[in-house]
Design a binder for this molecule. Structure first.
Ligand code: UT7
Length: 330
C-alpha cells in the first residue's frame, strides 16, 4: 500500500481571550519596547491564559472544533496525541484530561514532548499508527500554556512566547488523492541546553531556590537557537519535498513554526518561496511552541489560504533540538 495512508479531516483552535501587547510590558516593569520586539521578532501581541483557560481548556476547545468539522464523534477516536512542554500537571498527561473531558471512551491518550516540533511529531506518530492498522481516527493536538513556565522578569524570553492550542483529526485514507504525502523527523540532544528548563524535573526538583534563581523557568541562548532554527527548518523543508517527490513550485503554502518573522523569512528564502506563499501569524500569537503550526494551519484553512487540491508544507523546529516536516495534500 502506498501513501496517503491518512488525511486531515478537520482542524480547530482554542486560544485564551486575554491579549498582551508589546506596549503592555512596560507596566510589568520590564525594560523593553515595541520597537525592539517588533524589529527583532515580528511579534506585536500574544494571548495569555487565565487560571481557568489552562491547556486542557484550550485543547478541548480546539478538539471540539476539529471533530465537528471532521464530522467525528468522541466515541470514534482511537487515539489522542497531545504535543506540549507545558502540561497542566506533570502527572498524569494532559491528553488523558482531554480524553475525559471529551468523553472519548475508546481512545488511548498520551502527551508527546518535542517542544515546538510537537504537532509535526504528533501528526507523524498518528499517521504511522494509522498505517500500522492500530488506529483509524486520531486526534492530534499541539498546545501550550507557556505563560506558566516563562520567567516574567527575563525580557530576553518572556516577550517571545504565548499561549494557545490547535488540533486536527486524522483519518484513514479512503481515496488516493488527498492526505499526508511525507513526514520527516530529526533530533540532536547534544544541543539540549541551548533551550531548556534547568530545574523542575527529577534531576533538579522544583525548590524555592530554583524559582528564586530562575532555573525553574525557560532559558534560551537566542542567537545560537536562531542559527540552528534556520538551518534545520531549511533541511526539513528540503527533505519533506524529496520524500513527497515534489518540488518547491508544487507547494501552494508553507506553514513554518512561528517563532520569529526573521527565521520564517530566511526559511522562505531558502525554499525559493515568495512571502505570499508563506503563512504568518507570529505577529498576533508570538511563539506558542507546539501550538504554533496547529493554530496557523487552522487559521490558514479558515482564511481560505488552504483549499481542496492544495499542497501544504508544515515545517517545525524546537527545543531538544527537534525538527521535522509534513507535506499534506488537501
Ligand atoms: O521556538 C523555538 C525556537 N526559538 C527560536 O527560534 C528563537 C530564536 N532566537 C531569536 O528569535 C532571537 O535570537 C531573539 C529574538 C531571541 C533575540 O534577537 P537577537 O537579535 O538575537 O538579539 P540578542 O539576543 O543578540 O540581543 C541583543 C540585545 C542584547 O543587548 P546587548 O547585549 O547587545 O546590549 C539584549 O540584552 O538586545 C537585548 N535584549 C532586549 N532589549 C530590549 C534582549 N531582549 C530584549 C528585550 N527588549 N525584550
Amino acid at each position: 500500500m502506498k501513501r496517503p495512508y491518512a488525511y486531515i479531516a478537520g482542524t480547530g483552535r482554542g486560544v485564551p481571550s486575554k491579549v498582551l501587547r508589546n506596549s503592555d510590558f512596560a507596566s510589568l516593569g520590564l525594560e523593553t519596547d515595541d520597537e525592539w520586539i517588533t524589529s527583532r521578532t515580528g511579534i506585536r501581541e500574544r494571548h495569555i491564559g487565565t487560571d481557568t483557560e489552562n491547556l486542557t481548556w484550550m485543547s478541548v476547545k480546539a478538539a471540539r472544533q476539529a471533530m465537528s468539522r471532521a464530522g467525528v464523534s468522541a466515541g470514534e477516536l482511537d487515539l489522542i496525541v497531545l504535543g506540549t512542554v507545558s502540561p497542566d500537571h506533570l502527572l498524569p498527561s494532559t491528553a488523558v484530561e482531554v480524553q475525559a473531558a471529551l468523553g472519548a471512551g475508546r481512545a488511548a491518550a498520551f502527551d508527546l514532548v518535542a517542544a515546538c516540533s510537537g504537532y509535526v511529531y504528533g501528526i507523524t506518530v498518528a499517521e504511522n499508527m494509522i498505517q500500522a492498522g492500530s488506529a483509524e481516527t486520531v486526534l492530534v493536538i499541539g498546545g501550550e500554556k507557556l505563560s506558566s513556565i516563562v520567567n516574567w522578569k527575563d525580557r530576553s524570553t518572556c516577550v517571545l512566547f504565548g499561549d494557545g492550542a490547535g488540533a486536527c483529526v486524522l483519518r484513514r485514507s479512503r481515496s488516493g488523492a488527498k492526505g499526508i504525502l511525507s513526514t520527516y523527523m530529526r533530533s540532536d540532544g547534544n544541543l539540549a541546553r541551548l533551550l531548556w528548563r534547568p530545574a523542575g524535573g527529577g534531576a533538579s526538583p522544583a525548590t524555592e531556590a530554583a524559582i528564586a534563581d530562575g532555573s525553574y523557568w525557560i532559558h534560551m541562548a537566542g542567537r545560537e537557537v536562531f542559527k540552528h532554527a534556520v538551518r534545520s527548518m531549511s533541511e526539513a523543508y528540503d527533505r519533506a519535498l524529496d520524500l513527497a517527490k515534489i518540488t518547491s513550485s508544487q507547494v501552494d503554502l508553507l506553514i513554518p513554526h512561528q517563532a520569529n518573522l526573521r527565521i520564517i523569512e530566511a526559511t522562505a528564502k531558502h525554499a525559493g518561496l515568495g512571502m505570499e506563499r508563506v503563512f504568518v501569524n507570529v505577529d498576533r500569537y508570538g511563539n506558542t511552541s507546539a501550538g504554533s503550526i496547529a493554530i496557523a494551519l487552522d487559521e490558514a484553512i479558515e482564511q481560505g489560504r488552504v483549499k481542496e487540491g492544495m499542497t501544504v508544507a508544515l515545517v517545525a523546529f524546537g527545543a531538544g533540538f527537534t525538527w521535522g516536516s509534513v507535506v499534506v495534500r488537501f
